[in-house]
Design a protein. Sequence first.
Length: 207
Amino acid sequence: MRSVHVVSHPLVQHNLALLRDKRTKPPEFRRLLGEIATLMVFKATESFATRPRKITTPMGPATGSELRNDILVVPVLRAGLGMANAILQVIPQAQVGFVGLKRDEKTLKPVTYHESLPKNLSRFEILLVDPMLATGGSTIAALDLLHERDACHVRMINLVCAPEGIRAVRARYPRLAIYSAAIDTRLNERGFIIPGLGDAGDRLFGV
Ligand code: PRP
């Protein structure tokens, strides 16, 4: 079973502390979430496959390298949007698919309300992005949708995860690469991550 890659870079951790602060308002929350996603994507994409590419510089022939596969960024709505926009700044050629999931507040089970993905995902390097991994239900539902479409190379980027959610995701997807800025202590009785950062979607969009 693969562990979670915790991105402990000081800039990520500095911004995460500001993001957790309950006084941080939506405009600042959006900016910080974007900055963290931009930093984390470097780590998460480090193992993307490349191939040699012959080029001609103003001085003559040279060999560079290029990405081997197409890239698909898949934000889990709503909160994943705050990360996807930032990732597109550094991978502008990426395509974007959407999965809309809302966790039922009573049952804590995810409800799928939107899905917009290419028919076949086998050719893509996929970055699934969602700031929170709490019970793991939403991540599992998103991964199920991706695998129904033959996804083979999926990396998950989130900010904060709970041990309970990691265990649940690992039970179903033991080989998934997960990149996170923090593994927090636990879930409370309402399924919120403790200490966490509250409801990321609400803090991002103000409602
Ligand atoms: C939050 C969060 C994750 C999910 C995590 O979304 O962004 O998608 O909950 O919880 P889980 O691991 O227990 O499934 P939420 O359902 O609040 O929707 P929102 O982003 O639209 O606010």
